[in-house]
Design a protein around this ligand. Structure first.
Ligand code: PMP
Length: 397
């Protein structure tokens, strides 16, 4: 008997993540410098860990309210008000989730009817398209380009829009490009959303890691709070990936709809992680800023090095990813990444893991130590020089 026939059709057809594939190869190798997986190299600051230990000592080992601890929702409300200038009621406009991953999942499941179309800018985070497919929606990618520093423009959005589009997923600053939008660009996007009656799912997980200018949330623009679900979490800014904790804020009816899905699936986020999250929000700002300063220094270094090496790289305004173009080497993104790994033991992710128009680019995560980045950039330089000298003379230029 072949158990495979029990698997649902839409799962059979769902491709596995391009990142995972690649990192199965990496896992079998030694002495690799990984600029691959998008996760802080810092451990969670000690005072946050201590808050969790203390919570356990006090016997906090139980379920919480489905929406999350009210103390945490109050802390989220104050933090979001202070940081993003958006006010959400702790009682019914905030839900605590198992990472932004779960917030995305329950939002899609609560909002998408079969056949609804969902716009998202591309290259984008690997989970958006599959999550839409899992809920029987139809993903509609909107390309962003290196010439615009990978900012989403209202013109591209208009060109991609089709009848039946219901949602727009925004991820600013963006994984994998580090692109973001100016206030003026966001205002144009907001006007377009009102014109086409789109609801926005705004994944702002990298917002604290904005290096140039000020991060603006689309939910803070006039008329947008009621048509935006604001998604945020602790994984990146507070170096808390393993705690699996995040949240969604939005109009009470939409939070209530998401709560139904959450209630019957996760029930609640881990109480220990919720206690740690309170500490992160209330006393974590200094630690977060110190980490951001490190990422900023590393960004300036690695982007300068990529450009020196001849891999054209725009300046990512936020996140901890650089997204250089590798076409000058004569290789496509996958061959470049595999070749670099084999020749020099440096792991980067082929840009097509983030959608078809990531073609010609690779993603390099700079959430690794400065010393490792120096070493990695020297290895990349040697690899690129080796490729150039291996080219037949007529194709050198
Ligand atoms: N959104 C984006 C854009 C991400 O890059 C990630 C993690 N890589 C997530 C969501 C998921 O984050 P979490 O750990 O909060 O589930």
């Amino acid at each position: 008997m072949d158990p495979k026939r029990f698997v649902a059709n839409h799962i059979v057809d769902l491709p596995k993540s391009g990142i995972r594939d690649f990192f199965e190869i990496v896992a079998k190798m030694t002495n690799v410098i990984s600029l691959g997986i998008g996760e802080p190299d810092f451990d969670t600051p000690w005072h946050i860990r201590e808050a969790a230990i203390y919570a356990l000592e006090k016997g906090k080992t139980h379920y919480t309210s489905n929406l999350g601890l009210i103390e945490l929702r109050r802390a989220i409300s104050s933090y979001v008000e202070k940081t993003f200038s958006i006010g959400y009621r702790p009682e019914d406009e905030i839900i605590v989730t198992v990472g932004v991953s779960e917030a995305l999942d329950i939002a899609f499941r609560a909002l998408i009817n079969p056949g609804d179309k969902v716009l998202y800018h591309q290259p984008c985070y690997v989970s958006y398209h599959p999550s839409v497919t899992l809920t029987h929606g139809i993903g509609v990618p909107v390309p962003t380009f290196a010439k615009d520093n990978f900012a989403l423009t209202a013109e591209s959005l208009r060109a991609a829009w089709q009848p039946g589009c219901k949602l727009l997923v925004l991820n600013l600053p963006c994984n994998p490009t580090g692109g973001t939008c100016s206030r003026a660009q966001l205002e144009d996007i907001a006007r377009f959303c009102v014109e086409k009656d789109l609801l926005v799912l705004s994944d702002e997980i990298y917002s604290e890691l904005t290096f140039d200018g000020v991060h603006v949330s689309i939910a803070s623009l006039p008329g947008m709070k009621e048509r935006t679900i604001f998604l945020h979490g602790f994984s990146k800014a507070f170096a808390m990936t393993g705690w699996r904790i995040g949240y969604a804020c939005g109009p009470a009816v939409l939070v209530d709809a998401m709560m139904k899905v959450h209630q019957y699936s996760m029930m609640c986020a881990s109480i220990v992680s919720q206690e740690a999250a309170i500490e992160a929000l209330v006393r974590g700002e200094d630690g977060m800023k110190k980490m951001r300063d490190q990422y900023h220094r590393r960004r300036d270094f690695i982007v300068r090095r990529f450009n020196e090496i001849g891999l054209a790289c725009h300046l990512p305004r936020g996140s901890f990813y650089a997204f250089p173009c590798v076409t000058s080497t004569g290789k496509n993104e996958r061959d470049f990444a595999v070749g670099l790994l084999e020749a020099e033991r440096v792991a980067v992710v082929p840009g097509t893991a983030f959608g078809a128009n990531g073609s010609g680019f690779v993603r390099a995560c700079f959430a690794t130590s400065y010393e490792q980045l120096i070493l990695a950039s020297d290895r990349i330089e040697r690899y690129v020089q080796g490729l150039a000298s291996a080219k037949p003379p007529e194709s050198r230029g």
